[in-house]
Design a protein around this ligand. Sequence first.
Ligand SMILES: NC(=O)C1=CN([C@@H]2O[C@H](COP(=O)(O)OP(=O)(O)OC[C@H]3O[C@@H](n4cnc5c(N)ncnc54)[C@H](OP(=O)(O)O)[C@@H]3O)[C@@H](O)[C@H]2O)C=CC1
Ligand SMILES: O=C1CO[C@H](CO)[C@@H](O)[C@@H]1O
Length: 345
Amino acid sequence: MSQLKVVLVGLGTRGRHWARVIAENPRARLIAGVDPSADSVSILREKLPMLDFPVLTFNEALALQPDLVVLSTPPSVHLEQITACAERGLPVLCEKPLALDFDTARACVEVAEKAGVLLGIGMNFRYLETTRAAREIIQGGRLGQVGFGRINYWRYRDGKRPLLNKYPLTMEQPMLLEQSIHHLDLARFIYGVEVKKLWARTTNPPWSMYRSDATVAAWLLFENRFELQYFGTWMGTNSKNEFQWRTDGSAGMLFQRDIFRGLEYWKAGAAEPEEIELAPQEDFVDDTRGLFDDFLKAVRGEPSTYPSGRDHLKTMVLTLGCAESSRQERMIDLLEYGRQLGMES
Ligand SMILES: NC(=O)C1=CN([C@@H]2O[C@H](COP(=O)(O)OP(=O)(O)OC[C@H]3O[C@@H](n4cnc5c(N)ncnc54)[C@H](OP(=O)(O)O)[C@@H]3O)[C@@H](O)[C@H]2O)C=CC1
Ligand SMILES: O=C1CO[C@H](CO)[C@@H](O)[C@@H]1O
């Protein structure tokens, strides 16, 4: 089977996952990487010595006529890079968040659509075993009518740690746009329903190393009257990290103990849970493999459910809606907020 030629742009922390995922995929060939940072390139060479691909400038790499481009660069440069790829008719798989504001994110989607190129988004958490199983259980009706739920994400993220991206230290809404965006996207994906209204508050604890808000609390009201409470922070006081996601319905309850593993189903009234069997996955790698495989299918014209740029705009409205609700100190109607941003329903 012929391999699709891939250029990887951005060889930092996330780019190192991508380099492995692309290079190890039998349906793809990593023909070049792009990154102006000598540090990022030398760390990649040191950590992944078995990967032997040239590092070129962006224009040199695109001149090799790849079949697709993976963008693992900071959000501030995505529009410029997607535009350059679209001009050459190249499909793009771009890391989240697509952009830091809605207008720029929409411009990314429109430039790709106008050029008729595919644009996929790095929503790799949709490809976790936990996500797939939870979605099947909930949408398959094993919880009956879902009523309420809660996501709790408690983390001490040392943003100054070597080998971790540094721009979140100074960006606006780092927790919301870098991290909560995954959780909010997962809620849309797992429940299969959109949020109608939300109330949120974003704050920054006095001890925070982040310039802008590192904590997000939200109350999400879905179209089917399901309600989800969300709490996420990067500034827990110590390294005791926590993740729990619980959903209660008329026929049962689902409890996830960790982002990457650990899912229990409790039938209504049961004294013991049923442990859901999940295949082992390497964190951030196997889920990214799932996403990449799915996007390759789309590029080849095969059936695919990859997270598209157009779909990501809905997750962006939800994510930015949390910041807006906090700013206005009131509950907001998401459809109305989306319309204000220029989102077509
Ligand atoms: N889906 C997921 O699970 C994850 C997604 N991410 C996302 O991936 C993206 C990258 O994050 P991450 O790898 O952590 O960030 P890093 O800062 O670690 O790496 C980004 C790299 O891109 C380089 N870069 C900057 N501008 C350009 C450019 N114009 N062309 C080519 N390279 C450029 C940077 O160089 P320099 O340092 O000189 O700026 C750096 O080497 C972000 O959007 C982030 O949110 C991150 C982690 C996990
Ligand atoms: O900096 C980060 C960017 O986003 C990742 C998830 O996509 C985080 O896990 C990470 O801490």
